[in-house]
Design a protein around this ligand. Structure first.
Ligand code: BTN
Length: 239
């Protein structure tokens, strides 16, 4: 594993972006003490203790922006879910890239890009996984949250888990960049918790309600709204 461990950091994503020019493709920056973690849509990611993972994977694919880069979070999400399954749990994906177990969030991903002179210098895929979080800490989080150890009934070796995610990601990374979302579509859909259901999706300041019918070949969400119109959502948050 090409890795860089930080004893304490405000945010591994922020750190990785600031140091991106010195970091090689597929370097993972991680800590067990993140003091100001950031989440999607300007939310925060809580520090749930030192037995959990706070990591950012630095990727430096070709400088030209490709559509497939926006699907890398979905690829990472499938990878994390697959590694969780090795602990005999059933993770479910909430579009686009949250992971839940028994309806409670256990992992989230935040992707950020660094652009210099109109060129993509690199991507930072940050992920947080509750591996060994105490129940009293989970209870303080503002949404239902869980931890792998509680669901699996065993303590999770955080270094081992991180290594498994890293190796699994790197194994198919090049192929994924070539082939894009279709490569993982089936693996993603079989773990999706939102399909064939009535859902509400927040897209910026609008909420779209409808029936989630499927995903496009590039990972966008297909939803049929109340007026029976199909909408294709590239970004959003299922409420
Ligand atoms: C979300 O669910 O909203 C995404 C959460 C992403 C959290 C991780 S923890 C490591 C990395 N550093 C950050 O500041 N955020 C990501």
């Amino acid at each position: 594993m090409k890795s860089l461990y930080l004893e304490t950091v405000d945010s591994t994503n922020k750190w990785a972006k600031e140091h991106i020019s010195a970091l090689e493709d597929t370097t993972i920056v991680y800590t067990f003490n993140q003091t100001a973690g950031r989440g999607r849509l300007n939310r925060t990611w809580n520090n749930t203790g030192a037995d959990n993972i706070y990591a950012s994977l630095v990727l430096k694919p070709s400088g030209k922006m490709k559509e497939v880069y926006s699907n890398l979070t979905q690829y990472l999400c499938v990878v994390i879910a697959e590694i969780m399954e090795e602990y005999n749990v059933s993770p479910r994906i909430k579009w686009p890239n949250d992971i839940k177990i028994n309806g409670k969030k256990v992992s989230g991903i935040l992707a950020e890009g660094v652009i210099n002179n109109n060129c993509l210098e690199g991507l930072v895929l940050g992920f947080g996984v509750n591996l060994n979080t105490k129940k009293e800490i989970l209870d303080k989080i503002d949404q239902p949250a869980t931890s792998l150890n509680l669901e699996a009934g065993m303590e999770i070796d955080k270094e081992y888990f991180l290594n498994r995610v890293y190796d699994r990601f790197c194994l198919v990374y090049d192929k994924f960049i070539e082939e894009g979302f279709p490569l993982i579509k089936e693996d993603y859909i079989k773990r999706a918790e939102f399909l064939n259901k009535h859902i509400s999706v927040k897209v910026f300041d609008k909420t779209i309600e409808g029936f989630a019918t499927g995903l496009t070949e590039n990972g966008a969400l297909k939803i049929v709204d109340k007026q029976n119109r199909e909408q294709i959502l590239l970004i959003g948050d299922i409420l």
